[in-house]
Design a protein around this ligand. Structure first.
Ligand code: AGP
Length: 585
């Protein structure tokens, strides 16, 4: 969601700001804007739509300068239009603000600012920050004092970067429950909501702690707590593996990431056995275990729950992070929260973790995007090291999460088993041509159903989620046994049903459910190691151990959604309305 860049430099930075925004596009957005201090005045160019549209507007009306901010907006308060795009400017034109998050008390602040004579031009919550800053700066406060005063006034969550024309060599940054970091360059500093905002230019970064106010200059950074106490910080070297993402020869990042899975699964299953043992021990000692996650990470956690039950005899529950409040009464000192998040920045997950920490829970974090807020908040953390996932749809991070949970639950896995899983996933990828032809059969359907039992049920949910977000088709994942309890009424002649049907203990029951669908005119697409007379179409997966099926099944389901989306000319890497990192509630 909203991407932030702020830069203080010694040369004209407008091209870098626009490039930085391009690298943050993957987070999801609907408008973009830039402001620089140009000839002593703040000048803004902003547009609803893409960064390309912004770049076009910039070409006809360029702004230049050595100090500037830039933003990609994912609308929360106020429609998607040029005026609501950030940056927002104060009445006196001396302050410009960009923001990720929500200012919850904006309505009260706006009324009192209006009473004092401020004119508002946008419908956003963010604009109040520009007007408040104008008032504080007029009283003669410096940028740091302005930030500390703002922190006392603002409720909600924010990463903010603020520029002021009377401070031509400084930017103010503030963070409270939203990510913000600083890229440290040679004679320049860059605020960004994500390392991708600057990683092509500098590999040195400061991950600002939460609840901090900071002022960045070209060669200096001052950080304070929201209460004003000086805070130390570390400049870290970003690991090589975070490097600039490259599509290689693939048409889309999503396809490249699907094809990376034999390697990413190998990496997570062979990683630091000490960490996996520690994780396992903490689970064994827990009084209560909750997985907390959203979206695909939630589906992976459902498999984690099954693996923990089958291999360790442990009962756990899986909570949708956004629903944690219904279970919060069970959070206490003996409780372990397994917080699972590709981005490590999902607001709902972080909120649940914060609530858990307050009640004394231990936090076991599983992240891919490191460093991240979740990583810093966890007591023990496993980094999936699947590499940057640029496509908004989770693919390799999902299988890495599943592979990790299997490794944690089953302590007898050896290298031979790991390598055989990775080979089987490659074999699944080899079915791409068959999957493509099935995509042609289903692309014109209005509804698609995915059916599975046991470990195949979370896969049915995940397959349907991929179809929705990539191809924009209505899809539902159904537990095979639930079919007769309602969903069967939806089946009509020609309705496609993806039957996830490996040769595990669920096989015979699932085939019967498939036949019930076929008898009502449904078109059966079997995903299985062996074909069956009932299938109208068939995607072959390799024959593997029952525990390995989720990993080999995930691949054709991802490919099916991908190729259907491609036929429908959907925006595959950046599906409409979605964001990679969901940093608002
Ligand atoms: C998956 O394809 C989605 N893009 C989405 O559901 C995602 O899994 C969810 O937003 C959770 O994200 P996280 O893993 O970064 O917390």
């Amino acid at each position: 969601m909203c991407g932030i860049i702020g830069r203080v430099d010694y040369r004209d930075i407008s091209p870098n700001l626009i490039e930085g925004l391009r690298r943050l596009e993957y987070r999801g957005y609907d408008s973009a804007g830039i402001a620089t201090l140009d000839g002593g005045k703040i000048r803004v160019v902003k547009r609803a739509g893409t960064v390309d549209r912004l770049a076009e507007a910039f070409r006809s009306s360029p702004v230049r300068g050595t100090l500037g901010i830039a933003h990609t907006r994912w609308a929360t308060h106020g429609g998607v239009n040029d005026i609501n795009a950030h940056p927002h400017v104060s009445c006196d034109g001396k302050v410009a603000v960009i923001h990720n998050g929500i200012i919850e008390n904006f309505a009260e602040l706006k009324s009192s600012l209006r009473r004092e004579g401020h004119d508002f031009v946008s419908e956003t919550d963010t604009e109040v920050v520009a007007h408040l800053s104008e008032d504080i700066l007029r009283e003669g406060d410096d940028l740091m004092q302005t930030g500390l005063k703002l922190a006392k006034m603002l409720k909600g969550q924010y990463a903010l970067v603020i520029m002021n024309s009377d401070n031509p060599e400084r930017l103010l940054g503030m963070r409270h429950n939203a990510p913000l970091m600083v890229g440290v360059g040679r004679n320049y500093s860059v605020y960004a909501s994500d390392v991708l905002g600057f990683i092509d230019e500098t590999k040195r970064a400061v991950f600002l702690e939460d609840d901090t106010v900071s002022v960045a200059e070209r060669n200096h950074l001052e950080v304070r707590s929201l209460g004003g106490l000086p805070r130390d910080y570390k400049v870290v070297d970003l690991a090589e593996e975070l490097g600039s993402p490259d599509k290689k020869n693939f048409e889309h990042f999503t396809l490249k990431e699907i094809h990376e899975q034999p390697g990413s699964i190998l990496r997570i299953m062979k990683q630091d056995p000490g960490k996996v043992t520690l994780f396992r021990k903490q689970l064994e000692e827990a009084k209560r275990i909750f997985f907390v996650a959203a979206g695909s990470s939630y589906h992976a956690s459902m498999l984690g729950k099954i693996y923990l039950s089958e291999h360790m005899g442990l009962y756990s529950d899986v909570i949708l992070a956004s629903e944690y409040r219904s279970y919060e009464r069970w959070f206490d000192e003996g409780t372990v929260l397994v917080a699972v998040s590709q981005s490590g920045e999902t607001m709902d997950v972080l909120e649940a973790v914060r609530a858990g920490k307050e009640k004394g829970c231990s936090i076991l974090g599983v992240v891919n995007h490191a460093p991240s807020s979740l990583e810093r908040m966890s007591d023990t953390v496993v980094n999936l090291r699947a590499g940057q996932e640029v496509g908004v749809a989770a693919t390799k991070s999902f299988t890495s999460q599943v592979a990790l949970f299997y490794s944690i639950a089953n302590k007898d896995i050896d290298d031979l088993e790991v390598e055989s899983i990775s080979r089987a996933v490659s074999d699944s990828l080899a079915q791409e041509e068959a999957v493509k032809s099935i995509a042609r059969e289903i692309a014109s359907s209005k509804d698609i159903y995915f059916l599975g039992r046991g470990k195949n049920f979370p896969l049915a949910l995940e397959g349907a989620l991929k179809m929705k977000e990539l191809a924009y088709l209505h899809a539902e994942g159904i537990a095979a046994g639930e079919l007769k309890h309602g969903p069967l009424a939806l089946i009509e002649k020609g309705t496609p049903l993806i039957l996830i049907n490996p040769d595990d203990e669920t096989h015979d029951d699932t085939i019967s459910n498939g036949m019930e669908v076929k008898a009502r005119g449904g078109v059966l697409i079997g995903v299985a190691p062996d074909t069956h007379g009932g299938y109208d179409y068939f995607i072959r997966i390799p024959k593997v151990l029952p525990d390995h099926y989720p990993l080999v099944v995930a691949v054709p389901l991802q490919l099916l959604a991908y190729h259907t989306a491609r036929l429908l000319r959907a925006n595959i890497d950046k599906p409409r309305n979605l964001a990679k990192s969901v940093t608002v509630k």
